[in-house]
Design a protein around this ligand. Structure first.
Ligand code: A2P
Length: 274
């Protein structure tokens, strides 16, 4: 059974979503999103920079699922933020996705002129019916403080996993009543990180009769965070959604937290060259 979280503007978001970073436009993205929707996910997180919006949109359409049941997010890419063309970028994303509204539109990174992008997104949110919520990604306190305050971001999407908690950054958002979405929740795609091979997680997996990935996803859910695992494999996509029939004890939650190595798999928000 899926859980929903109420965002600060009162709209509901499925707490477990499906991420499509690094999936190529065409069959790979299309098949993964179809598999995710078949498995029960109702929340798809893409970005213009991933270059797969068209395939995401086609998969949503072909699924036959009522549009209103699926929560769709995309993000304004850095060059468009820098060029101060967030509104145009938003319209292009809608067109690529084949949708007439988005559930959530994010600024992908706090790159140059993100303040201007936010003003344009406030305008889209307040004065059109084309977007149900707006938010940010990879924002730390100093970026959040620089935003115009007509609209509070609904979410901030940042990295966290057992080897990189980033708890202070999560708390910076939560204390402002901004919900936090987690990317690279399983440790990201760099093989050298190997979060899912951790022996503590393997022991917990055995204890609960689940896989290490299911343990980690459940841990994020019990932290109260919105979690966006991704996979290109149907069986993993399905298994990653099968996390609503068990509960980690407080002790085991703390044990997973203790694995933190402060080892980020992605980039620091202030070091952006893309
Ligand atoms: P793959 O597409 O080969 O399944 P994330 O970025 O969400 O933290 O995930 C990191 C990687 O973990 C993904 O690219 C995915 O690669 C892999 N993965 C996802 N689910 C599982 C799983 N259940 N078991 C093992 N690996 C997984």
């Amino acid at each position: 059974m899926q859980n929903y979280i109420e965002l600060n503007n009162k709209i509901l978001i499925p707490q477990l979503g499906f991420g499509v970073f690094r999936m190529t436009q065409g069959d790979q993205t299309y098949d993964a999103v179809r598999a995710a929707l078949d498995a029960g996910y109702r929340h798809i997180d893409t970005a213009t920079a991933y270059d797969n919006e068209k395939s995401v949109g086609r998969a949503i359409k072909d699924s036959g699922i009522d549009r209103k049941e699926i929560f769709v997010t995309t993000k304004c890419k850095n060059p468009d933020t820098r060029a101060r063309i967030a509104t145009k970028a938003f319209e292009t994303s809608l067109e690529n996705l084949g949708l007439d509204y988005l559930d959530l539109y994010l600024i992908h990174w706090p790159t140059d002129h993100f303040e201007q992008a936010w003003l344009e997104m406030e305008d889209l949110y307040l004065n059109t019916d084309k977007v149900r919520a707006i938010g940010v990604s990879n924002f730390y306190a100093h970026h959040l403080n620089a935003l115009d305050d007509k609209v509070l971001p609904a979410v901030n999407q940042i990295e966290s996993n057992p080897y990189y908690l980033g708890q202070e950054y999560i708390d910076e958002s939560l204390k402002r009543h901004i919900d936090v979405e987690i990317y690279s929740p399983l440790g990201g795609s760099k093989p050298e990180f190997n979060v899912l091979k951790d022996t503590t997680l393997a022991n917990l997996a055995e204890k609960y009769g689940k896989s290490p990935a299911q343990i980690v996803i459940r841990w994020h859910l019990q932290r109260g965070l919105i979690v966006l695992p991704k996979s290109t494999h149907k069986e993993r996509i399905e298994a990653n959604f099968d996390v609503f029939d068990f509960t980690l004890t407080g002790e085991d939650m703390a044990l997973i937290e203790s694995l933190d190595l402060n080892r980020r798999s992605g980039h620091h928000p202030d070091e952006i060259d893309f």
